[in-house]
Design a binder for this molecule. Structure first.
Ligand code: SF4
Ligand code: SF4
Length: 285
């Protein structure tokens, strides 16, 4: 009986703690509070996520790159990666971690060339951790994984299904909720701090999720060259975070304390965005 009671007690305490954190988060992002004490989060400038493609062989509900909701074969150009490497070297930027993801990154037709470019950074700064994040789904993906170089760290989520119960409700836009009527979306969330800025086919953003939002808005509003360390990209946060379900919690909440999501959840603004969305065909001309 007791062994049963204690975990329940701790679970209740943990829930209470995260409820209090959520309340604090809400207070913290209200416009007057942000104005008074500053923004809550800022993108780490020594971490970067590179979304090299939006193509994916899975269609997960609530995908935070919209690879399922607005599927497109849009890849980053090799020249963008080369430019990133050149800029990093010339500006002596020290990256702690570079994560290559998407979409499903192993589907990029020039993955090997991209990795060769990034390896130049690893040679210049051997302590950089360069990682590839894959869904590990299907024969084609696994064949590419088996041929990846040894210096690359592989994070394989081994997905098997489009239902991902532990995902957050990315498509529940805070701007569709009265609860965030007076929130300042330029506050971002802890993803920007813990995952760092994003490089995407649309340019640089305070996080890669924001780049994925820009894609379906067809805005191409990302910075077109590596932002200076003091560029907090608040304008881009202001545009993206009001649409991003991740803004709601704002910080990491363990899956055990979150409701499981077994279906696609989409608020009104996102329904409209996906209805109006068309792939940007100009790049194929
Ligand atoms: S595997 Fe990843 S990129 Fe692909 S649909 Fe699922 S969440 Fe999105
Ligand atoms: S709320 Fe979304 S778009 Fe904004 S910083 Fe967080 S993950 Fe990025």
């Amino acid at each position: 009986m007791y062994s049963h009671d204690y975990p329940q007690k701790w679970l209740r305490l943990a829930k209470l703690w995260f409820h209090l954190k959520a309340l604090w988060r809400w207070i913290r992002v209200q416009k007057p509070v942000s104005k008074l004490v500053g923004y809550q989060y800022q993108a780490a400038n020594d971490l970067i996520e590179i979304d090299i493609t939006y193509q994916c062989n899975l269609k997960c509900y609530n995908c935070n790159r919209s690879s399922a909701q607005a599927p497109d074969i849009k890849h980053i150009g090799l020249s963008d990666i080369t430019q990133f490497v050149e800029d990093s070297l010339s500006q002596r930027r020290h990256w702690r971690k570079i994560r290559v993801l998407g979409g499903e990154p192993t589907l990029h037709p020039q993955l090997n060339e991209i990795l060769e470019e990034l390896y130049r950074l690893k040679q210049a700064q051997p302590d950089i951790s360069i990682q590839l994040v894959t869904n590990g789904y299907g024969r084609r993906v696994n064949k590419v994984i088996s041929e990846l170089p040894e210096w690359l760290y592989i994070e394989n989520s081994s997905k098997t299904d489009s239902v991902q119960p532990d995902f957050g409700p990315f498509n529940l836009a805070p701007i569709d909720s009265w609860y965030h009527k007076f929130s300042d979306f330029s506050n971002g969330c802890d993803i920007a701090r813990t995952c760092g800025m994003g490089l995407t086919p649309q340019g640089y953003f305070p996080c890669a999720v924001a780049g994925g939002i820009d894609r379906v808005l067809n805005k191409n509003s990302g910075r077109q060259c590596l932002p200076a360390s003091d560029d907090e990209m608040r304008d881009l946060m202001k545009n993206a975070c009001g649409l991003c379900g991740r803004f709601r919690d704002g910080h990491y909440v363990p899956p055990k304390l979150r409701p499981k999501i077994l279906e696609q959840r989409t608020s009104d603004t996102w329904k409209k965005i996906y209805q109006e969305w068309e792939p940007d065909r100009s790049r194929y001309d």
